[in-house]
Design a protein around this ligand. Structure first.
Ligand SMILES: Nc1nc2c(ncn2[C@@H]2O[C@H](COP(=O)(O)OP(=O)(O)OP(=O)(O)O)[C@@H](O)[C@H]2O)c(=O)[nH]1
Ligand SMILES: [Zn+2]
Length: 207
């Protein structure tokens, strides 16, 4: 059964003049409530900007500085307020391990492990995410050619393998601070994320 559109509801957002709609879907195989936030009319653009964002309650909602998720989401919103686009918000908290396990993983990182080792210590893959729901949402929305706002090359690879054309890979800004420097370094060193870290951050331990 293909994933299909369920409802599209206008939800005006603070400080945004552009029309925004929250779109729900039917038929996700993982049973989760993934959501698309539509800015303007991306279906009328040749190559709309798309941000595939994995849920991060700590960063997205509360502004945690242990990661860069909150800033990346705000950047996506700022860009899309001007040029339109789509945020695909995937309910894959903690790279797919869930919130409580992510907090356990933070505990292990405070004992010296890096973000990927901590996942494995807890019995998970280093990254448990599945980007098929993002592809399914793009197809249901009729968007097969996009500009992808992400530093993660694996996301782009998975979209390409699923037949989505990426006309441009747009890197996000670099949001480094004293609490997330090790985490960002691990993403660069181990997963080839395209984050240009300042030299001071390159010298910290991976976390
Ligand atoms: N398991 C685990 N998940 C984390 C940790 N820090 C952040 N996350 C989760 O990681 C996800 C974001 O993934 P990242 O690897 O930071 O970035 P990305 O989405 O792959 O890449 P970008 O598109 O460039 O943002 C969110 O679901 C966060 O909740 C951590 O230390 N452990
Ligand atoms: Zn985060």
């Amino acid at each position: 059964m293909p994933v299909t559109l369920r409802t599209s509801v206008p939800i005006p957002l603070t400080d945004q003049a552009i029309a925004t709609h929250f779109v729900s879907f039917s038929g996700f195989s993982d049973g989760k409530e993934h959501i698309a936030i539509i800015y303007g009319a991306p279906e009328e653009q040749d190559t709309p900007l798309v941000r595939i964002h994995s849920e991060c309650l700590t960063g997205d909602v509360f502004g945690s500085q242990r990661c860069d998720c909150g800033e990346q989401l705000q950047e996506a919103q700022r860009l899309m307020a001007v040029q339109g686009g789509v945020v695909l918000y995937l309910r894959q908290e903690g790279r797919g391990i869930g919130l409580y396990n992510k907090l356990d993983a933070y505990d292990l990182q405070d004992q010296g492990m890096d973000t990927y080792q901590a996942n494995e210590q807890l019995g998970f893959d280093h990254d448990q995410r599945n980007f098929a729901p993002a592809v399914e949402m793009l197809v249901a929305l009729g968007l097969k050619r996009i500009r992808l706002l992400s530093n993660n090359p694996h996301k782009a690879d998975e979209l390409l393998a699923a037949g989505i054309e990426i006309s441009e890979r747009v890197d996000t800004g670099v949001y480094v601070n004293q609490h997330n420097a090790g985490y960002l370094k691990a993403k660069v060193d181990q997963q080839a994320h395209r984050i240009k870290l300042p030299i001071s951050a390159k010298s910290v331990d991976s976390q």
